[in-house]
Design a protein around this ligand. Structure first.
Ligand SMILES: [Fe+2]
Ligand SMILES: [Fe+2]
Length: 280
């Protein structure tokens, strides 16, 4: 049976509300895509009308980040809150990757672009499941706590700008994940929670690939439009990303993902100036 067009698969995932169901459908469609590709076929990309906001479960309650209580990461509750926030990020990432396929299906791209994004969406679905499994093993679940309401902002801001989407989502937000994940792994290592450490190690390794896909296809499009990649990246991030990038950066993993320092350092927040008259 021929596959349905990829953009329609993407739209269906976006319109599925339950987290586990969304991820199951996402993984099934990814498997169908790669089975067809292994047979040497390129399924139709087609067209779609993705929703402005992806369907999401009734819980978690979405709150302004200032309303999401912070807990000490040294406590069991703190670690659950941290994992809950990661689960929310991963579910959002599943939608972001299918959304880029559905929303920009009118732009003609090589088959490898779709291979990369379907693979990333599949991996994010696995990440959500891994983190949800850990939450459940620790006596909680995704939806038990409030979550950050502003996660879809980057998608809204770049809904009409394909290159803006690549600059902000994989090359800024997912790159930020590379900066902060080692610290998170240490929190769970100190708590001797080896199963969570193992889950986060999978996420950390695969996220390098997602940033790399962003950089690869951003550079491809710059080449197509004869634009200087670094200057265009700075222009787009300044247009669509609110605020400065936060050092310290994981320069090693960023380099592995094809993000050179002159892309992100000029966008970093200035180190606070020492107040006048202060010692040292
Ligand atoms: Fe992820
Ligand atoms: Fe990712």
């Amino acid at each position: 049976m021929p596959l349905k067009p990829l953009a329609q698969m993407a739209e269906e995932v976006l319109r599925t509300a339950d987290g586990r169901e969304k991820c199951a459908l996402s993984r099934r469609y990814a498997a169908d895509w790669f089975a067809a590709r292994a047979d040497g076929t390129l399924p139709e990309i087609g067209t779609a009308s993705p929703p402005d906001f992806p369907a999401r479960p009734e819980k978690p309650e979405l709150k302004d980040p200032r309303g999401v209580p912070r807990r000490r990461p040294g406590s069991p509750e703190g670690r659950i809150a941290l994992l809950h926030a990661v689960a929310h990020i991963e579910l959002n990432a599943v939608d972001l990757h299918w959304d880029i396929i559905a929303r920009f299906c009118n732009v003609k791209m090589p088959a490898g672009f779709y291979d990369d994004w379907v693979k990333a969406a599949d991996e994010e679905s696995n990440h959500f499941n891994l983190v949800s499994d850990r939450l459940e093993a620790l006596g909680s679940h995704y939806g038990a706590l409030a979550a950050h309401a502003g996660m879809w902002r980057a998608a809204e801001d770049t809904k009409d700008d394909f290159m803006g989407r690549l600059a902000v989502v994989p090359m800024v937000l997912e790159a930020r994940g590379l900066d902060v994940t080692p610290g998170m792994i240490n929190v769970f290592r100190s708590a001797k929670d080896t199963d969570t450490v193992a889950a986060l190690e999978v996420i950390y390794a695969e996220e390098v690939g997602h940033v790399a896909y962003g950089s690869k296809w951003f550079h491809f499009l710059c080449g197509r439009h004869e634009l200087d990649p670094k200057e265009e990246f700075h222009r787009l991030v300044r247009t669509y990303f609110h605020g400065a990038l936060k050092p310290p950066f994981n320069e090693e993993k960023r380099a592995e993902a094809g993000l050179p320092p002159d892309f992100y350092w000029p966008l970093a927040e200035e180190t606070p100036k020492r107040p006048r008259g202060s010692p040292g």
